[in-house]
Design a protein around this ligand. Structure first.
Ligand SMILES: Nc1ncnc2c1ncn2[C@@H]1O[C@H](COP(=O)(O)OP(=O)(O)OP(=O)(O)O)[C@@H](O)[C@H]1O
Length: 580
């Protein structure tokens, strides 16, 4: 019960913002229309139930006029019902896509705001697979919340309406046994209630293992899919290592779990279906059995009997609501938990960037990037590197070296403002343009022009500018392929990708350029040529490079060395300020 209450509170927290958003009038209007139609359909069912009584009485009495007028009455009701059924679904779908569009835009906005996506990754598994959250989970959430909510409301109204009718019918057709009336007020209501509750309990007993098995099926399918994607992404490595047999074996083991679990689902579903099919068939005759004594004792007419059967099946159908949505409920709860985890992940990511105890990055200072009292930590709080008093002055070229894992890249992350773990401050000149070039530059899929200009809008630079830059970095052949669409990270060699990264830097001409082993895949003469190019084309740019090759020394005015100092790394004394 507590569980249900907390799930409902979470559902409210996730849903309410849409109905208060800028799209609230459309959202509220559509929701009101969907609910109104659902209630109107219950109303039509009540009218059809009453029609049952008149229609079958007309048949029993062979009353032609009543028969014709009841057929016309039914046709009118049926026509209204058809229109309502069409718009019930149509408006429901309309609300779903508007709601989903708003939630997706909201999540995308939060996730891609100010490196939140990166900080969420730093938190570990808590908010994994944002792609699944924003696709399947949002879609399922909107669909299930709406349908379960509206279905529940409709069931309650149906039960209330038909229980009243059944109560009246119970009095009109008192239970007649052993030649006398037995006065049990509302016995038809109790009959329907006991029948449905018994059905619900038995379905629960037979079906509850399905909830867990269904959940595991989703996990196994996702695991299989994830590993297929890993093979696709690493296909070159696997081919070079002749790893196909090993991969096949691993994938078949994973798919084996999918099959095994599926067989468990089949066996359990067989039992559930055997029960629900029997239950549904029994439901057809059960109400007739209940009122048959009264009918054969001529206490009621055929119409009363048919109306009772119809009312009974309405109540029973509504009470069985939980049986039919049984499996959806578990899935819905899992989706709600996952979206809740995702939202919590965003909140933590935001909090990491704004809390007091973090690396403070601010604009200010006079033409230099200054690191004051900077002590960086790992996400778990372990000390990593101290870089107190380091300053990157305007136009200066600095090389940062140190052993693997000493925190060089993390230092760059902190300067870029995306590494919150630590203390101290970093001051960056107001309005300074910065660019970070990693060892593996990222290129969005699409046209080569867009990949080079990223993150600027496509068309920011002319073909001539891009062509010249490509020629300078040694990739003139690509100048003719600017409009070609491709997955550039996959089709270009790592060395070519690094040259393309430098093309991007030449075009954007940032005031601060941070190169994190950005030329490490090139041979030494090519690397030297590119550094000479940067020196010539970006003479005013402050360059900070991370690299392991001693040949890089020649292109930098000073060398900062990170060396072990107790439990962390720190600037090596006497080295940090010395010109080399
Ligand atoms: N997201 C993270 N979570 C936990 N530890 C991390 C994370 N990112 C980096 N580290 C750890 O921080 C340390 C420093 O990493 P960093 O990438 O800054 O090293 P580096 O000096 O650039 O190394 P290399 O020369 O090998 O590139 C490493 O031990 C690494 O395992």
């Amino acid at each position: 019960m507590k569980n249900i209450r907390s799930t409902l509170a979470t559902v409210w927290r996730i849903s309410a913002p849409y109905f208060r958003s800028e799209d609230k009038w459309a959202g509220r209007g559509l929701l009101a229309a969907v609910i109104a139609i659902e209630l109107a359909i219950v109303g039509i069912n009540v009218l059809i139930n009453q029609w049952n009584s008149r229609f079958y009485n007309a048949l029993q009495e062979r009353d032609w006029d009543s028969f014709v007028s009841e057929i016309i009455y039914f046709s009118v009701l049926a026509a209204i019902f058809i229109v309502l059924a069409v718009y019930q679904l149509y408006l429901n779908q309309w609300l779903q896509i508007r709601w989903r569009r708003w939630m997706t835009a909201q999540y995308l906005g939060e996730w891609l705001h100010d490196a939140n996506h990166y900080r969420m990754q730093l938190q570990g598994d808590a908010a994994d697979n944002p792609d699944q959250r924003m696709t399947d989970d949002v879609k399922l959430f909107v669909d299930r919340t709406l349908n379960i909510g509206v279905g529940l409301l409709s069931s309650i109204v149906t039960i209330a309406s038909f229980v009243t009718i059944l109560w009246g019918l119970s009095n009109a057709a008192p239970l007649h046994m052993f030649g006398q009336d037995i006065a049990i007020p509302g016995y038809l209501v109790w009959g329907a209630l006991i029948y449905s509750v018994l059905g619900t309990i038995l379905t629960h007993l037979i079906g509850w293992p399905l909830v867990g098995i269904d959940f595991r099926q989703q996990q196994y399918e996702a695991d299989f899919r994830f590993n297929l994607v890993r093979v696709r992404e690493n296909s070159e490595q696997i081919a070079l290592l002749n790893g196909e047999a090993a991969e096949r074996e691993r994938l078949l083991v994973r798919f084996g779990r999918v099959v095994e679990n599926w067989i468990a689902i089949m066996n359990r579903t067989k039992k559930v279906t055997a029960f629900t099919a029997s239950y549904n068939q029994a439901s057809v005759i059960f109400p007739y059995v209940l009122v048959a004594p009264a009918y054969f004792a001529q206490k009621i007419q055929l119409g009363g009997m048919m109306q009772t059967a119809s009312a009974f099946s309405n109540v029973q159908g509504a009470l069985s609501f939980f049986i039919t949505i049984y499996r959806q409920l578990a899935e819905w709860q899992a989706v709600v938990n996952r979206l809740d985890g995702f939202e919590a992940g965003i909140v933590v990511a935001r909090e990491l960037a704004t809390r007091e105890n973090r690396v403070h990055v601010a604009e200010g200072g006079a033409g230099a990037v200054d690191l004051k009292e900077l002590a960086l930590l790992l996400p778990n709080g372990t000390p990593l590197v101290n870089a107190n008093g380091l300053s990157f002055r305007k136009g200066e070229r600095t090389l940062v070296t140190g052993p693997s894992g000493s925190g060089k890249s993390t230092l760059f992350r902190a300067i870029a403002g995306i590494w919150p773990f630590g203390t101290g401050s970093i001051t960056i000149p107001a309005g300074a343009t910065m660019m970070m070039l990693p060892q593996r530059p990222y290129f969005p899929t699409g046209s080569l022009r867009g990949a080079i200009e990223y993150p600027a809008k496509e068309g920011t630079f002319t073909d001539d500018q891009i062509g010249n830059a490509l020629e300078q970095v040694g990739l003139p052949r690509l100048a003719s392929q600017l409009d070609e669409q491709g997955h550039w990270n996959r089709t270009l060699s790592l060395g070519e990708q690094q040259r393309l990264g430098l093309t991007r830097a030449l075009l954007h001409a940032p005031q601060y350029l941070f190169l994190d082993e950005a030329t490490a895949s090139l041979d030494e003469p090519s690397e030297a040529a590119l550094y000479r190019l940067i020196e010539k084309k970006l003479p005013a740019t402050t360059i900070v490079s991370i690299g392991h090759r001693s040949t890089l020394d020649a292109f930098h005015q000073r060398n900062i060395v990170l060396a072990r100092d107790g439990d962390r790394f720190a600037l090596q004394k006497g080295k940090s300020a010395a010109a080399t």
